[in-house]
Design a protein around this ligand. Structure first.
Ligand code: NAD
Ligand code: MG
Length: 380
């Protein structure tokens, strides 16, 4: 029996994690946290019987507590709820499937409480990787990647010596707008940005895939997870999303992980590592596939990746500003308050205005986030 908790249980990764729990009776759920979907949380609570659940707002928690009045499930809300779930004594592994930097404090709390982390919440690693990774090493906690590219790299590193790695090759689908010019992107609508060619995901990461910000975040995520220099990470556009990422070794040999684009595999691999459990679903059929292709990312059109590389090289608090500006800009885009290309303009504006802090602590990271938010709100 393995006991887990999920932050972000009603989202794309969260619901797929619960599907795996449903298919594996030796998994048990101690705690669930979500934003505002009370109806789905009630259903999840009744099916998976966690001891503790949490919603973002107090009013959502009140509503949920009323609905669950006939059970003995405890209901909390806000950061307090996230932190309690992150440290539940009976829980062994925390699945961080929440979206955004809000995951920083619960992730740190879970590591300090010696919980292994199945990490989907890349924004936490991008902004606080310099705190999280050394802390996890000191506490002897495993950080298992859920992101498909990082899971692919992790799988491709099994049984190999770290010293013989020469570079990581992160694949990218290129998103729904691959091949378009900046001019052609001027009028694109939210609905177009939400049509990802291969993956079905939450709204924020789907928009991030269209700007290539997601790939930029993933380069920074990889750098922390695998302790490699930025010059040893390369992004390769591979529109079919069959190769999920690769590792090139000193002898020129490349080990890759392939499969259908389905997040359940990397989620399940993180939950049961080093075991591979059976899983249903479509398999790659090479005869049907025929060919797969590769190209260089167009960073002059999709400046999200270029700005991410700049933020990564400048380091310190700059990745936080990159990420915070993107979170805010994407939320404005999802509310149809700004145009698609403005997302990247806003990120650049915030980065240009920021005075970089070296080795920021959690308070300074949250301060830099706030500064970026205020900078944007003053203009939009
Ligand atoms: P999503 O928007 O579908 O789900 C986010 C979840 O977090 C929801 O349950 C939401 O209610 C919850 N949440 C948001 N704010 C909260 C708050 N303040 N308090 C409590 N709960 C809150 O997002 P997603 O696509 O599942 O992505 C989750 C994370 O995983 C992101 O960091 C994303 O980059 C990463 N990721 C996702 C995928 C994917 O296929 N969806 C792939 C790789 C990585
Ligand atoms: Mg990914």
């Amino acid at each position: 029996m393995k006991t887990i908790a999920i932050l972000g249980s009603t989202g794309s990764i969260g619901t797929q994690t619960l599907e795996i729990v449903r298919e594996n009776p030796d998994l048990q759920v101690a705690g669930l946290a979500a934003g505002s979907n009370v109806a789905l949380m009630e259903k999840q609570a009744r099916e998976f019987k966690p001891r503790l659940v949490s919603m973002q707002s107090e009013s959502a928690a009140k509503d949920l507590a009323q609905r669950l009045a006939d059970t003995d499930i405890e209901v909390m809300h806000g950061m307090e709820g996230l932190l309690r779930i992150a440290q539940m004594p009976e829980m062994e592994m925390l699945v961080t499937a929440i979206v955004g930097m809000i995951g920083i404090r619960p992730t740190i709390a879970a590591i300090k409480a010696h919980k292994d982390i199945a990490l989907a919440n890349k924004e936490t690693l991008v902004t606080a990787g310099h705190i999280i990774m050394p802390l996890a090493a000191r506490e002897g906690v495993a950080i298992l990647p859920v992101d498909s590219e990082h899971s692919a790299i992790f799988q491709s590193l099994q049984g190999q010596k770290r010293e013989s790695v020469s570079k990581l090759l992160i694949t990218a689908s290129g998103g729904p707008f691959r091949g378009r010019t900046r001019k052609e992107l001027e009028g694109v609508q939210l609905e177009d940005a939400l049509k990802h060619p291969n993956w079905s995901m939450g709204h924020k990461i789907t928009v991030d895939s269209a700007t290539l910000v997601n790939k930029g975040l993933e380069v920074m995520e990889a750098r922390w997870l695998f302790d490699v220099g930025l010059d040893d990470i390369e992004v390769v556009v591979h529109p079919q999303s069959i190769i999920h990422s690769m590792v090139e070794y000193a002898d020129g040999g490349i080990i890759a992980q392939l499969g259908m684009p389905d997040m359940k595999l990397p989620i399940q691999y993180a939950l049961f590592y080093p075991d591979r459990r059976p899983m249903n679903g479509k398999r790659v059929n090479f005869y049907e596939l025929g060919s797969i292709t590769f190209e260089k990312p167009d960073v002059e059109t999709f400046t999200g990746l270029k700005l991410a590389m700049r933020a990564a090289r400048e380091g310190g608090s700059m990745p936080t500003v990159f990420n915070a500006a993107n979170e805010k800009a994407v939320s404005l885009f999802l509310q149809k308050k700004i145009r698609f290309l403005e997302i990247m303009d806003i990120i650049e504006m915030c980065m240009d205005a920021h005075k970089r802090i070296d080795e920021p602590g959690v308070e300074e990271i949250l301060g830099a986030e706030q500064e970026a938010y205020e900078h944007i709100l003053a203009k939009y």
